[in-house]
Write a protein that binds this ligand. Sequence first.
Ligand code: HEC
Length: 190
Amino acid sequence: MKLRHATGIAAAVVTLAASSLLSGCKHEKPNFIFMPDMYYSPAIKAQEEGAMRMPVKGTVPRGFSRYDFEVENNEELGRRLTNPLARTKAVLLQGQKQYNTYCIVCHGPYGEGDGSIVPKYPRPPSLQSEKISQWPDGRIFHVISSGQNIMPSYSTQISQEDRWAVVHYIRALQRAKNPTNEDIKISEAM
Ligand code: HEC
């Protein structure tokens, strides 16, 4: 009985000594965790099984418009997908903003395939090519919406309206490099 008592006192002394020693230390984190469950909760990675919640069937993100063309045929795309935006200054600026945000890193400032991540990333074909100049707007829109081979789709990042504005901007880049007589006349008149 006596011995137990003595041990108890000794333990209390040691504890006091230790805590006064430790009180000189700086604590960046509390050494006592009030609710350990909240610190050490089992983490589930976003893509892990069980963490992914499939949206209810038919759910679409806010502001999303459906896009599901399977065709890659110029004529059909040109006919079915026509640019709804007029080529105004505001639209060109809107397109430029999107292009400079999403496309320029690979395609370069004039679409010549000389973006800043090339050649670490494979050089994309030039958007100044005759092929792209002859593509209908709908085909360019389709590539932005669905991707093409190693180029990913931008349908989740860029709204349909912004994609059409980008198409106008690409046309402006093409005309900047290869102005038509009409463009030259306009710039001379200015
Ligand atoms: C990560 C780099 C990257 C980004 C960003 C990117 N592209 Fe591309 N793009 C490519 C590559 C690479 C190809 C060639 C794909 C292939 O092999 O068919 C390509 C192909 C294209 C083509 C077809 C060219 C052709 O001759 O077949 C168009 C049009 C195009 N991109 C437009 C855009 C637009 C507009 C954006 C921005 C919304 C964009 N790309 C963003 C890499 C990129």
